[in-house]
Write a new protein. Structure first.
Length: 126
């Protein structure tokens, strides 16, 4: 299974669509067999779900995600786990062990700030 984690430095990014990069991890037989970092291609409606699907992603892990993006991933058959915080390696370890828990989306209005976008609010409703 290929997993994509919204990434900011060594941590899970709070806002999925505006994260600087994604960590793609291939998980097989209870372990991570490959991990790579890909740059976020840009926050354009509908583009990131297709971008990740083309890379074989079957599961998204993120701090938060808007409703439009969640629906697009669901339509593509990609599982979403939001409300996740922590270091990427620790999150992957818990995912592989089956102990990773999600929760309420951490994305709040204004989460797009600091990612090179001149916005005061996320462009989705909460």
């Amino acid at each position: 299974m290929r997993v994509a984690i919204s990434t900011e430095g060594e941590n899970v990014a709070v806002h999925f669509g505006r994260c600087p990069e994604f960590t793609l991890a291939d998980v097989e037989d209870g372990k991570v067999i490959k991990k790579e970092i890909v740059k976020n291609p840009g926050h354009q409606p509908g583009y990131i779900p297709q971008f990740l699907r083309q890379r074989g992603v079957e599961c998204i892990i993120s701090g938060g995600m808007g409703r439009k993006a969640s629906s697009m991933f669901e339509e593509l058959g990609i599982f979403i786990l939001t409300g996740v915080e922590g270091k990427i390696d620790e999150v992957l370890k818990r995912f592989v062990e089956g102990t990773l828990k999600g929760g309420e989306s951490l994305c709040k209005p204004g989460s797009g700030k600091g990612y090179g976008f001149d916005k005061s609010e996320c462009d989705h409703s909460h």
